[in-house]
Design a protein around this ligand. Structure first.
Ligand SMILES: [Zn+2]
Length: 184
């Protein structure tokens, strides 16, 4: 259990690569779990980090999608933690080289243990954590043994939204928001 709620950065003990940190409220009861951190966000060391440019503050493409759609859906933005399964870049090439999961999955479980509602975004988060194909679970509330007692909804990843369309993501957020309000 993480007693210290301060955000700290460290390396993955399996591969030695630096991990990015989460974003948002550390005592939040809602978690949005992406599959992987985008390159821009990784370079900044935090998922969906703010960046500063000549015309003010903006975010990476993934961060932009997330914050825009979360606000649009009317989710309680002050009560959300944003994190990901892969908080460092995925290993290149070999699809089976997922030794880091032995560290990354428990790390994530620790981080979201106080959360009652979880949005799983993207294929890796769904296959590694829910053990179900995203194709048959998209936009649905499902039972996830790993997250027993928590409400889990499946969504596309923000990266997919950038590459395709936003409709499926909006639908999933709408279902997620409805469940959060129902459970209040
Ligand atoms: Zn690693």
């Amino acid at each position: 259990m993480i007693e210290n709620k301060e955000v700290t950065s460290h390396d993955c003990p399996v591969c030695g690569v630096k991990l990015a940190v989460s974003n948002g409220m550390r005592n939040a009861t809602i978690a949005l779990i992406d599959s992987e951190i985008g390159r821009e966000d990784y370079n900044r060391g935090q998922i969906y980090a703010k960046r500063y440019s000549y015309n003010g503050t903006d975010r990476s493409p993934q961060g932009h999608v997330i914050f825009q759609e979360v606000a649009r859906a009317g989710l309680p933005v002050q009560n959300i933690m944003y994190t990901a399964l892969w908080m460092h870049p995925k290993p290149d090439g070999k699809k089976t080289d997922y030794a880091c999961m032995e560290y990354l999955v428990p790390r994530l479980m620790d981080e979201v243990q106080q959360c009652s509602h979880i949005l799983l975004m993207g294929a890796d988060a769904v296959s590694f954590l829910a053990r179900q194909p995203i194709l048959y679970t998209m936009g649905l509330e499902i039972q996830v043994p790993l997250f027993a007692g928590k409400k889990v909804v499946i969504a596309p990843s923000p990266t997919q939204v950038i590459e395709t369309t936003v409709g499926e993501f909006r639908n999933a957020l709408s279902v997620f928001n409805m469940i959060i309000r129902r459970d209040k």
